[in-house]
Design a protein around this ligand. Structure first.
Ligand code: 6LW
Length: 510
């Protein structure tokens, strides 16, 4: 059977997975976006449905502003033990509120998670390992990989913390996970940084605290120096299905252009894990992964697809929608006839909370549309549709008022460059805005109806990529409103939003 990677497209890095009976649960990092830590469910490892987030309340997390694409929730781990789901994670806040590692838990995976217990353990990429004797260990990355026993009820470290492995010499040993399989404690880590040299390495020991012996075939997984379409693979977490077969989820990127660039962020991939006769893992296709993978898959259980157009009519927002930073009362409200955004003084190029509601770009080729009703009363009030990498890298189409006139503009911001590319007078207060993407261009259009769209401007995809704009997150397609320096007098109403992805979606091929 063939399945296709990514199994979860768009910015879904650092995947972590656990199984309860026939059900698999998966969580990703989400950086400065909120709700945080998207949570997915699957019965077959290939079809994943988002069932919520682990962090939904401001009391659980304070996201630091001002450092785009690199603060907030990094690299969680989900584990299930004795009726309880645990997630450990790092809030990278550069010394801001809630900086550091924390633990949250729930007994109901479809319900709310606890407030955090802060852990007095350093570094990033926390993991948990529940040993058969009842002891629980915390594994983290702090220069080297370390392990410490912890009391899972209080989060307190027990005894000494010990460095157990520095990896095989690659930079940034990180993303550790430990498993007890047969006679061995296996420690899987990533090295080489989360870029094109990324790789997965493994060591094992008879004791949790070591000594660890490295696999002679390290790295056991890497796509570096190959011509495979998925690059930068690493940060894997293993899981056993109920037939006893082993799998792993990991992150990887799909690139565009040459030299390679990527705009979708790091995505979640699936690979089969087998074991050689010495008990070392064989990951994916001889240590690599591709888009199409051959494997002995579980019986397929696809879930019901959502309609392409979202009328915001379910009484609550679909899980795909995020705010940038913690939500601020009054900026975004859901009503029966759509989403209302009330622009504050913060513009799209500022690193602060604004009236912004976004969802991940999931495929290179897509068309997104929205119906906007907005009367920009004062000069510079604007509302529109943006393709957003960060505060300094975004393109948008907006209805605004400039020099007293109501206009539609297409504008681009690339680092310190900023330009209105196109502007036309527009009399009406309602419009359908369109953003189409492919590997080369983001193209904007507008019309009174979705059937009469006029193209207004475009910008290169290449300038809204991680290689140009920075760090850890992929692009968002977002609705926004701003008064650009003062609060908007008018509200922007978005009656519906639709996203049509054009690429083949992950699916099984017999
Ligand atoms: C994460 C680290 C990494 O903490 O990137 O690829 C960092 N891996 O393990 C942010 O996702």
């Amino acid at each position: 059977m063939k399945y296709m990677n990514p199994i979860i497209p768009g910015m879904h890095p650092d995947p972590t997975i656990c199984r309860v009976g026939e059900d698999f649960y998966l969580v990703n990092s989400s950086f400065e976006y909120f709700p945080a830590l998207p949570l997915f469910h699957s019965k077959d490892l290939i079809h994943w449905e988002q069932i919520g987030h682990c962090i939904t309340r401001n009391s659980q997390l304070t996201l630091r502003k001002g450092f785009p694409n690199c603060t907030g929730t990094y690299a969680p781990t989900i584990r299930y033990n004795n009726g309880i789901f645990y997630v450990v994670c790092t809030n990278v806040a550069y010394g801001g509120a809630d900086e550091g590692n924390f633990l949250i838990w729930t007994k109901d995976i479809y319900g709310e998670w606890s407030d955090p217990i802060f852990l007095d353990l350093p570094g990033i990429d926390p993991s948990l390992f529940f040993d058969e004797d009842g002891k629980v260990y915390y594994i983290g990355a702090y220069g080297e990989i370390f392990v410490s026993q912890i009391d899972i009820a209080t989060g307190k470290a027990i005894g000494e913390r010990r460095n157990i492995w520095a990896g095989t010499g690659g930079n940034d040993p990180e993303g550790p996970h430990m498993y007890h399989i047969g006679d061995w404690y296996y420690l899987f880590i990533s090295e080489g940084g989360t870029e094109y040299g990324h790789m997965l390495t493994v060591a094992r020991s008879k004791e949790v605290f070591g000594p660890y012996e490295a696999c002679p075939d390290n790295p056991v997984l890497t796509n570096r120096s190959t011509s495979l379409p998925i690059k930068a693979v690493g940060h894997a977490d293993l899981v056993q299905d109920n037939r006893g077969e082993w799998w792993a989820v990991c992150l990887g990127i799909r690139t565009i252009g040459y030299p390679f660039k990527h705009n979708l962020g790091r995505e979640t991939m699936l690979l089969k894990v087998q074991w050689d006769k010495e008990g070392w893992p064989i990951m994916g296709d001889h240590g690599t992964i591709g888009i199409e993978m051959e494997a002995d898959c579980l019986p397929q259980v696809p879930f019901k697809k959502k309609p392409v157009r979202d009328y915001f009519a379910q009484g609550k927002l679909d899980y795909v929608w995020n705010s940038l930073y913690n939500p601020v009362e009054g900026l975004v409200s859901l009503k029966e006839d759509g989403i209302y955004l009330v622009g504050n003084e913060v513009g799209l190029s500022e690193k602060d909370s604004l009236a912004w509601l976004g969802r991940r770009q999931e495929q290179h080729t897509f068309v997104a549309r929205t119906h906007l009703t907005f009367d920009p009363i004062k000069e510079n009030e604007e509302a529109g549709l943006t393709i957003y990498m960060n505060a300094s890298h975004h393109y948008e189409i907006a209805l605004t008022r400039l020099e007293g006139q109501r206009v539609i503009i297409v504008r681009r911001s690339i680092g310190s460059l900023w330009k209105i590319e196109a502007m036309i007078p527009y009399e009406k207060d309602h419009v359908v805005l369109e953003l189409a993407g492919n590997e080369e261009w983001y193209t904007f259009g507008y019309g009174e109806k979705e059937t009469t769209i006029n193209q207004l401007g475009q910008g290169e995809t290449a300038y809204l990529t991680t290689e140009v704009g920075g760090r850890f997150t992929g692009n968002y397609i977002a609705l926004y409103a701003t008064g650009n320096g003062s609060k908007c007098e008018g509200k922007a109403k978005f009656s519906w939003f639709e996203l049509e992805n054009k690429e083949k979606e992950c699916k099984i091929q017999e």
